[in-house]
Design a protein around this ligand. Sequence first.
Ligand code: SER
Length: 316
Amino acid sequence: MERILVTGAYGQIGSELVPALRDRFGVDNVIAAGYKNTVPPQFFDGPNTDVDVADYSQLDSAIMDHQVDTVYHLGSVLSALAERDRKQAYAVNFSGVHNVLEAALANGVRQVIVPSSIAAFGPETPAHNTPNDTVQKPNTIYGISKVFTELMGNYYTTKLGLDVRGVRLPGIISWKVEPTAGTTDYAVAIFYGAIREGRYASFLGPDTCLPMMYMPDAVSSLIDVATADFDRLKHHVDYNVAAMSFTPAELATAIERRIPGFEMQYDVDPLRQSIADSWPDKLDDTVARQEWDWSPRYDLDAMVDDMLENLRRKLA
Ligand code: SER
């Protein structure tokens, strides 16, 4: 059976990807790797380890000790924090990716899955129905690190024979663990505000349209691209995936329909607004549909219904 290491395991995506991988590949075969975190209770049922991805030797030992075949590399500094702390962003997002790829090669790892992002696009990219293959030129540290990730992953695949794959994830909405210091975080925080106080102040302006996805689809996109038939793939680490796009005002309307009296205010943060303004508002994901049958399950209404139901239960 496949042995899988997940970095960034206790983050927003990792904390839902790890249980999904454990269901599929067996609890003992999925090693959750966090960085200086207390292990959340849901990870007590399987192997855990501490790994600083900026330190090659820690990755090398974790991969060797656990006889890892596949790495899901989720450890990353998100967009807003990366602008404020370039040094940390470089250590984690650039050196971390390089360390994972080199440690994978050195230890005979079969496959590395690493997410890219809508942030890999920039102000010169066509913003509406952004094609899979187009001008990128991001103007954020996080975005530049994702282009680096895509190009390095494609290089290691085509030149060095390591099977590296990834999708360009949009803003991910989920109720279990909140994201940290991203630009799309408002679309999660709004649900906490709506349930707890009946109101929310958005740090992005009302008409800022961004691509978004509900967590179950994000988890599927990573596992589906990982398990796709290699011979069908003409791309590797650079697949657009899309599920829904909306503005803060549209999300507020969808919530107000379910929580009458919900009040949306705007308190725009110039840093995150400028980052959001440099990103596309809707991606064309035809290539992923053609090459590995990508298809999302949740649209805006299905996501809002499920978020409210689960978050209400969690906060009760
Ligand atoms: N959700 C991420 C961020 O906001 C984008 O990949 O940084």
